[in-house]
Design a protein around this ligand. Structure first.
Ligand SMILES: C[S@@+](CC[C@H](N)C(=O)[O-])C[C@H]1O[C@@H](n2cnc3c(N)ncnc32)[C@H](O)[C@@H]1O
Length: 332
């Protein structure tokens, strides 16, 4: 079985990515209030800190999804057992939750290709190396792609007539506002074939205090994660943010139905960003939003699926009904 990875972000794609990155920062810092999109945080180090978040006992989205995979690994295996299939994972990160399923598929002698896609090259390389060290003699081939979701998917979608199952886990879909999530699943469907599956992890609305606890850990890992964005801006765009002059806090906002993380400037200050040839001023305690994590109801998930051309196959809940991995089938 083969194990390899490609970086689609090499060559011309790198400058495209750099342009997109700079444009997103300029737009975000020019807004009032300032707001930067969540995807900017995921360089190699950002992915590593996110892995630390998934290991926090109070971060229920990861703990619930692990429970779901342990409880339903046979259900997911049964769904795929009759096919030679391709498992494409969007934003795979360290892939450790998916690993629970991969291990079970291999033990069940399913033959399949696993294709993790992530914008972080370090995450993809580490994941492919890890899987090769464990499963070189199994029934799984692995082809990782360091790429943007759809750039990666477009490359893969023309390559095979096998059934695809696309994973989009960890409530990453929650980083998008509802209309963007709808656009995302519609575009995803366009690239898939009739009968393909998707499995999407949604964090469900629950007691706001539970949400607060999940995003404000005592070890300050969330703070480190969000403030890491400032280091990225310093390195990529020649900014001069001093992390010690910012603090972080997250809370559930009932108007947007999302947990929003903010970085607060602890003093009045001006930051220069060389690559943008601009200065940005911050008032004391001015808040800049750095994360958005939408909390879904079951009804919203079902409407999203049905309005976007999918048939709902199954909802897999954890025991507290905090989280759901929802499996949908593409209708054409
Ligand atoms: C919230 S983390 C989830 C990681 C993992 N799926 C999990 O459940 O633990 C989001 C992941 O998506 C990746 N990502 C973010 N934006 C992306 C994009 N536009 N294209 C590809 N990957 C992206 C990040 O690097 C990160 O690994």
């Amino acid at each position: 079985m083969s194990f390899h990875y490609n970086n689609l972000r090499l060559g011309t794609a790198v400058s495209t990515f750099d342009d997109q990155f700079a444009k997103a920062v300029l737009e975000g810092l020019s807004k009032n209030p300032k707001r930067l999109p969540s995807w900017l945080i995921y360089d190699n180090r950002g992915s590593e800190i996110f892995t630390e978040i998934t290991q926090l006992p109070g971060y229920h989205p990861a703990q619930c999804e692990i429970e779901i995979f342990h409880n339903y690994k046979q259900t997911i295996t049964d769904l795929l057992a009759n096919d030679n299939f391709r498992l494409i994972e969007l934003g795979a990160g360290d892939g450790m939750k998916t690993h629970i399923l991969l291990q079970h598929f291999i033990q069940s002698q399913l033959t399949f290709e696993y294709m993790p896609i992530d914008i972080s090259e370090g995450a993809i390389k580490d994941l492919v190396d890890f899987l090769e060290s464990r499963y070189a003699k199994g029934t799984m081939s692995v082809a990782g792609l360091a790429a943007d979701y759809f750039e990666g998917l477009r490359t893969l979608s023309s390559q095979s007539d096998k059934r695809n199952i696309v994973f989009f886990l960890g409530s990453t879909i929650g980083n998008m506002e509802l209309p963007l999530a709808a656009k995302f699943v519609r575009e995803l469907r366009e690239l898939l074939n009739e009968g393909d599956y998707v499995m999407i992890g949604f964090d469900l609305m629950k007691h706001p205090k539970t949400l607060y606890a999940a995003y404000n850990d005592s070890k300050m890992v969330f703070e480190r994660f969000n403030l890491h964005l400032l280091s990225i801006l310093n390195v990529r765009l020649g900014a001069n943010f001093s992390k010690e002059h910012f603090v972080q806090q997250g809370h559930y906002n009932p108007s947007t139905h999302a947990v929003e993380s903010y970085i607060f400037s602890t003093q009045k200050q001006v930051v220069t960003i060389d690559a943008l040839r601009k200065e940005f001023s911050f008032e004391q305690w001015e808040a800049m939003q750095t994360e958005h994590s939408y909390k879904y109801t079951q009804l919203e998930i079902e409407s999203l699926a049905e309005a976007s051309g999918y048939r709902i196959v199954k909802h897999l809940f954890d025991s507290q009904h905090y989280f759901v991995d929802s499996i949908w089938e593409v209708k054409k």
